[in-house]
Design a binder for this molecule. Sequence first.
Ligand code: NAD
Length: 368
Amino acid sequence: MKKIISRRSFLSQLSAGTATAVIAGPLGLYAGERQDRKLGVALVGLGKYSTRQLGPALRETKFCRLMGVVTGSKEKGEQWAKDYGFPVKNIYSYDTMAQLASNPDIDIVYVVTPNGLHAAHAIAAAQAGKHVICEKPMANTVAECDSIIAACRAAKVKLSVGYRLHFDPYHQELMRLAKEQGFGPITNMTGDRGFVMSTKVWRADKKLAGGGPIMDLGIYIIQGACMAANGAAPLAVTAIAHPTTRPDLFVDVEQGMSWTMEFPGGAICTAQTSYQHNCDRFKAASAKGWIEFKEHAFTYRGMVVETSRGPLSFTPPNQQALQMDDFARCVLSNRESPIPGEIGRRDLVIIEAIYKAAATGRRVALNI
Ligand code: NAD
């Protein structure tokens, strides 16, 4: 614990501007931000997202690097240590996360386990004195989000949610249009996101996933719509669950969901999400124009985006590398993440309202 405190005070010295040489990072440094070394990240859960996206992205980050893992498989951890060049002492199991407290190599813990485990792992990381990134959805319930936020506050560590699209140039253009009212106020949004699930996995298990595709996929449309509404949350939702055509897969979660969100100013988003159809689209329109994410709206690459003024063309960055670097810079400069726990919590409030609307058949008002 002693080491942690001295590491923390070192970081606060950094942000107070009393520490060593300033190195101009390739991303450019914020005022008062200094960098002496890359912050150490530990990934919790070495499944597909960690293996295919976050691990490789951590080879590209400028302000942080992979320095440890938390995994149920010692052999897997040893392979990662070899591949990424961190010491085997930095391999932890889910049960030994408290020991992270005495490891100064690790500054940031990134929780990438199934949704229903996010709260336990994020809280364990915070209690070990580590800054936390939690994958989306932030947790299964609003109450779990509250406990993560409280644990991070109590430990005085920073918290962010893995909403990588805040670092995607097409979504940044959506946010810019919303902020500057490029097409005037958005009045109408549509979204559809789904994939075909053919075998039962944790994503269709309520305890581990919190719900069905609304938790995993619909949440992207919720995020996109709130971006198009210039950060505003919906005032009310209506929803209807899709009929279950695969009762073998969808026992205690919905197979699909159609829902609407009413935003301040009267904008309406009509959306659907499903584990039984393929789609990835989003459109926001006003009386004067529109922006349409026609293909791969919410994924990492291959986005096809047009506006009423013509197609958009950006070089796709590594969203995850930008996201993790931004969080490392938040830690270095003692700045709050632009994607704090409160945004993850907001989306769970909306999702809980959608489930309530689907269960009751009634419009559910929100006051976020
Ligand atoms: P995955 O199934 O591939 O990996 C999950 C990992 O958790 C595995 O390593 C598994 O061993 C481990 N685990 C620990 N306890 C477990 C348990 N009790 N049951 C099942 N697995 C357990 O899943 P994934 O696709 O890597 O998703 C992990 C998290 O990342 C989810 O919260 C998901 O929503 C999120 N995710 C985010 C994005 C994104 O673009 N931001 C993309 C994919 C996944």
